[in-house]
Design a protein around this ligand. Structure first.
Ligand code: ADP
Ligand code: MG
Length: 448
């Protein structure tokens, strides 16, 4: 992959775009690119540089990604979903031994949701966090679909990144305060954490909340006496907080998500290809070669939300020597969602396949299990929660793309009514591995 046409050979300390960017360290990579933390020496900021592969196809792909992202940037900022789509800040080309590589520059974001899922290990991401993410993802998609006329086509946990955002913090602080007593109660009633970790978490959660409220109060007051008082309280509080509270605290209290990687995106009225979506998030109309549109993202969203809640794929068709992976996938759909409409199957070979017997009759799916019972039986969800989640996911998992719920209608779903911020966030500090790297990234001295 580091040969001609492949990735750009990049080293720490490399300088790009005539010295404007200095490479600091590698953050990630994907099929199309390597992704680096860099310092923007011109603006004295940390940025993320995505260096794309240099083959002609990859360069063209990168140029399409720039076009799409510029379209996003050109839209008005008033839509609340705008801030949940990654923003392109700069782009340029770099010449290396493997050819010419297109580079895209973005704001520095945190982990992707796959690694967030992994940091929770045996626990799942708390439902209230997933619910908040889901709402933000719906807003982001709504902006992409309706304002920009863009379909993402590759929505999955790896392509959603977390952001720490001070505005969010200010918004939800008051809620946290009101819910303080409740929070501790809710945590105790929720998942089986060991009680010591639980207690520590609860008290830190509240302290971090207080810390940020004090900081805000200091900013807001003009009285010297009050400021002095608050600053003293702040100092006392700081002594009691864990060393990584800045990152952890903010994450624990409010994490917002950003949809990234528009490298496979297309326009609602111009599709680059019909081969879209990563397998597990692929909609039936794609598998069955039917017309598709923005609602194909909605299908992926539902698959992803289920996965965030349970850490398991909703549909994960395996390779099987006898059955094609596509047919296996369709069977999995049917076992959860009921029979596919006949007209959608018309392009499928109809005899002697896994779905059709040699006489052309449909085979019956043997094991059926609803989303609700999967959540309750396999993942220990409370029945009321499971019912609510199923009622949210089902409209997004309607087979016929035209009848599938759109982002706007889903935004008013009952799952989102009630106070999103004040619900318990019940995970323990011990469980959050891997935030460390993020902490060190955000603490890098800007002038070094
Ligand atoms: P590809 O098109 O090659 O899949 P992505 O845009 O998905 O590239 O980036 C690959 C990985 O790099 C992501 O999964 C993520 O972990 C990391 N990454 C991408 N953009 C950022 C960013 N702005 N901030 C932090 N990490 C990022
Ligand atoms: Mg990617």
């Amino acid at each position: 992959n580091y040969g001609p046409g492949g990735y750009h050979v990049t080293h720490i300390g490399d300088s790009l775009k005539g010295g404007q960017y200095t490479i600091i360290r590698k953050l990630g990579w994907g099929q199309f690119s390597t992704v680096w933390l860099a310092k923007d020496n011109k603006h004295n900021h940390y940025r993320v540089v995505k260096i794309c592969r240099s083959s002609r196809a990859h360069r063209e792909n990168a140029i399409d990604e720039i076009r799409i992202l510029r379209k996003v940037n050109s839209k008005r900022n008033t839509h609340p979903g705008r801030r949940h789509i990654v923003e392109l800040l700069d782009y340029f080309e770099v010449q290396g031994p493997n050819g010419v590589h297109v580079c895209l520059v973005f704001e520095t974001l945190g982990q992707n949701l796959l690694s967030v899922m992994r940091s929770f290990r045996s626990y799942n991401i708390p439902m209230c966090l997933v619910r908040r993410f889901t709402k933000q993802l719906l807003l982001g998609l709504d902006f992409l679909h309706r304002e920009c006329g863009i379909i993402h086509t590759d929505l999955k946990p790896e392509n959603v990144l977390i952001r720490i955002n001070d505005d969010d913090l200010v918004d939800c602080l008051s809620d946290i305060y009101e819910a303080e007593e409740d929070t501790v109660g809710d945590i105790t009633r929720s998942r089986p954490l060991c009680s010591a970790a639980l207690e520590r978490y609860a008290s830190q959660y509240i302290k971090v909340g207080k810390y940020y409220q004090l900081k805000r109060a200091i900013k807001a007051t003009s009285s010297h006496e009050t400021q002095h008082l608050y600053k003293e309280q702040l100092r006392q509080l700081e002594k009691q907080l864990p060393p990584n509270y800045q990152v952890l605290g903010k994450h624990a209290i409010l994490v917002s998500v950003v949809i990234a990687d528009l490298g496979n995106s297309c326009l609602t009225d111009f599709h680059f290809t019909d081969e879209i979506q990563t397998r597990q998030y692929r909609a039936p109309e794609i598998i069955l070669h039917h017309p598709w549109g923005a609602s194909t993202d909605c299908w992926s969203l539902a698959c992803m939300v289920f996965e965030l809640l349970t850490s398991e794929y909703l549909f994960n068709p395996k390779n099987d020597s006898e059955v094609s992976r596509d047919e296996m996938h369709l069977l999995l759909f049917e076992s959860v969602l009921g029979d596919l409409p006949e007209f959608m199957l018309r392009k499928l070979k109809r005899k002697g396949t896994y779905l059709y017997k040699t006489n052309g009759k449909r085979r019956n799916v043997k094991h059926r299990m609803s989303i609700e019972s999967m959540l309750v039986k396999r993942h220990n969800f409370e029945p009321t929660h499971a019912r609510m989640i199923e009622s949210f996911l089902k409209p997004l998992l309607v087979y016929e793309p035209q009848k599938r719920a759109d982002t706007r209608s889903m935004l008013s779903h009952a799952w989102f009514t009630g106070n999103i911020h004040s619900e318990s966030v019940h995970y323990s500090f011990d469980k959050i591995e891997g935030w460390g790297s993020l902490a060190s990234r955000n603490k890098l001295p800007i002038s070094s």
